[in-house]
Design a protein around this ligand. Structure first.
Ligand SMILES: [Mg+2]
Length: 190
């Protein structure tokens, strides 16, 4: 059994577009996806950033998101093969129910769902083998903790992934599943 931990925003759906719209609406700042080659959002102050994140994580915005193509098929296939799927997101803890509803509405099965911080520490505590997460901070921490870090390719994790071949990276979920199966043969689709 492989325990696969999976982030939500920018891992299961196109979060940046929601983030960009909120930054424009609340602060009049445009944040093109292709220019975001760093994790830091320099154009926003800490308070502005917090407001944008809060805006994107209200129930309506969470419910409106559309999952990336192939994500549900890959995740459900892993679960059918007996692997354990932990959805783990830095969304506020009380976003748990709306996040669970969103996953259910889009047919994404899971065994556990956690909304909260200290993601990689929690992954270690529960014995996760893989963390799929777009954040360079989480990818680096997962690697240091002995997990297999994996991500959908985004401008903000391209440089780290190029530098660190242990990070599994792919443009979409189908390719990511194939590359992960090279590291964890049990995850190969049967
Ligand atoms: Mg994310």
């Amino acid at each position: 059994m492989v325990l696969v931990a999976i982030d939500v925003d920018s891992t299961l759906h196109d979060y940046w577009e929601q983030f960009r719209q909120a930054a424009a609406l609340l602060h009049g700042v445009d944040l093109p996806y292709e220019d975001q080659t760093d994790w830091a959002v320099d154009a926003l102050s800490r308070h502005q950033l917090a407001a944008v994140i809060e805006h994107t994580h209200d129930d309506t915005r969470i419910s409106e998101a559309l999952p990336y193509e192939g994500a549900a098929d890959v995740i459900n296939g892993w679960r059918r093969s007996g692997h354990f799927v932990l959805i783990t997101t830095h969304r506020r803890p009380d976003a748990h129910d709306v996040t669970a509803r969103w996953l259910g509405d889009h047919g994404i099965g899971f065994d556990a769902l956690r909304c909260g911080y200290e993601k990689v520490i929690h992954c270690q505590e529960v014995g996760a083998h893989v963390l799929i997460d777009d954040s360079p901070t989480n990818l680096t921490a997962a690697l240091a903790a002995g997990l297999t870090p994996a991500t959908i390719a985004h401008p903000w994790n391209a440089e780290l992934s190029a530098r660190e071949p242990a990070i599994v990276i792919a443009d979409d979920w189908a390719a990511l599943a194939e590359r992960l199966a090279e590291r964890h043969p049990e995850l190969a689709s049967s």
